[in-house]
Design a binder for this molecule. Sequence first.
Ligand SMILES: NC(=O)c1ccc[n+]([C@@H]2O[C@H](COP(=O)([O-])OP(=O)(O)OC[C@H]3O[C@@H](n4cnc5c(N)ncnc54)[C@H](O)[C@@H]3O)[C@@H](O)[C@H]2O)c1
Length: 324
Amino acid sequence: MHLAHRLLQDGQQVVGIDNMQATQGPSHGGLQRARLAVLSRHAGFRFAELDLADADSVDELFRSGGFTTVVHLAAQTGVRHPAEHLQRYIMSNLVGFANVLDSCRKHRVSHLVYASSSSIYGANRLMPFSEHHPADHPVSVYAATKRSDELLAHSFSHLYGLPTTGLRFFTVYGPWGRPDMAPMLFADAITQGRPIEVFNEGKMLRDFTYVDDVVESIVRIMRHPANPDPDFDAFHPDPATSHAPYRIYNVGNQQPVALIDFIETLEKELGRKAQMIFRPMQAGDVIATSADSSELAKATGWAPATPLAAGIARFADWYKSYHS
Ligand SMILES: NC(=O)c1ccc[n+]([C@@H]2O[C@H](COP(=O)([O-])OP(=O)(O)OC[C@H]3O[C@@H](n4cnc5c(N)ncnc54)[C@H](O)[C@@H]3O)[C@@H](O)[C@H]2O)c1
């Protein structure tokens, strides 16, 4: 939604795709419709409600769309979903992703930019996480699908010369954010006087990245299609680049914050104290995420840097106005 809004403000034509399946709790459907209503005010916006797992519909849309650039952000998200939702992850994140890749190939899209995730670093402990490190030990199904997407993208970049760029986002937050993520869950609980569950005593470190910084990164990367790396050494393959037009970048704030400090900042902005229930670490969660975004900075001259206090203040302002 934020990306589409920014592109429309820049005078671009945008076709948005979503299946509008509210999978993130009771408030998700309303939030999805409200985001869409904001975008629909722009003359340059067209919306297609379809499921990316439906290959024929995706292909039909690409046939009529004449797209130059595709930014693929749709996914079944969340690292904690239980096993009964496995099909959703497979259909959206693998089948849907493959359909997007194939339609980009068939309809000669000049650049596919897609969302990967910091969660693909999984069991890695060497920090900050770098795209140049191998990342082959996912600790959630979600992360495994995201890493698989990167590998699928590489095969299309190699076989068909399709420029693909994968962006590994680090814990994104901001206005209009997901109802299943900590900022929204915590804000709801704090304002309604309900206790919040804090895992691992809030000691988990997250590289919280403000959504406008993510949008700026995507916009800059869209203008910077992946190229083959002339220095790629097949005897010592760099996971971030290739002989094919394929690139991977971290998109993170590079200033990890403890969850407990995040909660305190939110309490201050909302003007209320949180009631906390401490719980042990959950399966699929990782202790810390910390980004090295220097490759993004090298490629685009820019990297996320919004301080947490400034980002949370903007989130809290939006939260209060949305809920009034
Ligand atoms: N928010 C974060 O912290 C974060 C971190 C790392 C990576 N990412 C990735 O960034 C992308 C955007 O994340 P977000 O937080 O904006 O998520 P979001 O849930 O707000 O947006 C994803 C959208 O994809 C749609 N969708 C899911 N499956 C679909 C399908 N089969 N067909 C059509 N639409 C479908 C959903 O309805 C949803 O509206 C995702 O790919 C996510 O995995 C997000």
